[in-house]
Each structure stands twice: as C-alpha cells, then as structure tokens.
Design a protein around this ligand. Structure first.
Ligand code: NI
Length: 223
C-alpha cells in the first residue's frame, strides 16, 4: 500500500490576520532585510482586504517605523507584507547645496496604494541612495528625473501626479519594492559604499568624484 499523501500545508492566513499579528508585535515594526523572499516577490494589489480601521492602524505603524529608522519611504514588503502599499515622507533637512544639486525638497507624508509610475521625459538623475532593507550600504542609481505616478490614497481617492527631483526618486524606489525590485538591481555596483565610507569620502552633492575614484561612468544628465 502506498504511504499516505502528506498533509498539504495550511493556506496562508488571510491578510487581515497577518496584519493583526504584526501590529500585536514590537513597535517600531521589525524591518525585513535583503535575502528574505518577501522582498523579491511581486506584492498583491490592495483591494479592500483590510477593514478601514486595520488599514489606518497599519499605515500609522508603517509611518512610525519609517520615521524611527529613519527613512524617507517604507513599502509593506519591508515589514513582511506582500501588499502594494507604501508610505513616503521626507523633511529634507539637508544643507542648501545638497538640496539644490539633488532636488531634495520636502515631501509631505503620503500613502501610496497600488502605485505605478512612468517616465516623463528622458532626463536621468544619478545619485547615491540606500534602503532600510540593505542596512549599512549605499550605491549610485540612475533614475528618471521626472515620473508620473498613479495610485490611490488611504481614502481610495485617485492620485495622478508628476514628481521630480528627490521625491521622484523616492516614489520610484518604493514602487519598485512592490515589484520585488531592490535599488541594487538598478545600481552601479562599482559605487557600492559603506555608510562610513560615504560619510568620509562621498558626501559631495554629486557622485562625480566617486565615479572618478571608483571607476564608473555617469550618464551625461548627472552633470
Ligand atoms: Ni527600500
């Protein structure tokens, strides 16, 4: 007689159960780091799987986690939820020369649900960036300088807006998370630098010196 078939594993608990479990745990929420498959899977669209109260509490917990890190964006997969939801907020407390060179203007708190972006124009902006899920490192990434972002907000209202400068970088980075893409996938790997090296050597407004010293080329738009 053949051995009995193994019992199939239980299906994933519904999203609302996983959110309750997450919110019952430590705060700020633990941030998932690179190597966890949840960061590499396309997340599922948000389609009312949570009650409005749950969604509100999840967003509040994600915002607090982002601010505590500190970071300027956080996507749901980074707290272990494969859901197309991200929060962004950037007070942009940086010196004026960085603000000018990088377009690092303040970005008020926003909730992005089911975001998608497309390039507006061909200009690229090339700067060091990092990710809370890749702690301790940054690398140079060439991104669209302007993007049109379509999403819903936490009230279900349609968002259709053009972002430029650093906020455009943030929305591209966070939307990429929802497709299982990390900034390292788009980075110039020769630029990879520890936070300490970055502070000591590559704190200039642009990565031109880093390109020369580390041996990589920048697209023309970076000048
Ligand atoms: Ni990230």
């Amino acid at each position: 007689m053949p051995p009995p078939l193994p019992t199939p594993p239980p299906p994933h608990p519904p999203l609302s159960d996983r959110v309750e479990e997450l919110l019952a745990g430590p705060h700020p929420l633990p941030i998932v780091v690179a190597g966890d498959p949840v960061l590499r899977r396309p997340a599922e669209p948000y389609d009312g799987q949570l009650s409005s109260g749950q969604l509100e509490r999840l967003i509040a917990a994600m915002r607090a986690t982002m601010l505590a890190a500190p970071g300027v964006g956080l996507a749901a997969p980074q707290v272990g939820l494969a859901l197309r939801l991200a929060v962004i907020e950037d007070p942009a407390t940086v010196p004026d020369e960085l603000r000018t060179a990088r377009g690092r203007v303040p970005q008020p708190f926003r909730v992005l649900i089911n975001p998608v972006y497309e390039a507006v124009g061909a200009a690229r902006a090339t700067f060091f960036e990092g990710c809370l899920s890749v702690p301790g490192w940054q690398a140079v990434v060439a991104r669209h300088e302007r993007v049109r972002l379509r999403a819903q907000d936490e009230e279900g209202r349609t968002l259709d807006e053009v972002f430029s400068g650093w906020p455009a970088r943030i929305v591209q980075h966070e939307t990429d998370h929802l497709d299982g893409t990390l900034y390292l996938d788009r980075a110039e790997l020769r630029s990879l630098s520890s936070q300490q090296t970055l502070a000591e050597r590559w704190a200039q407004p642009t990565p031109r010196l880093a390109a020369r010293e580390l041996g990589f080329t920048l697209p023309p738009a970076a000048d």
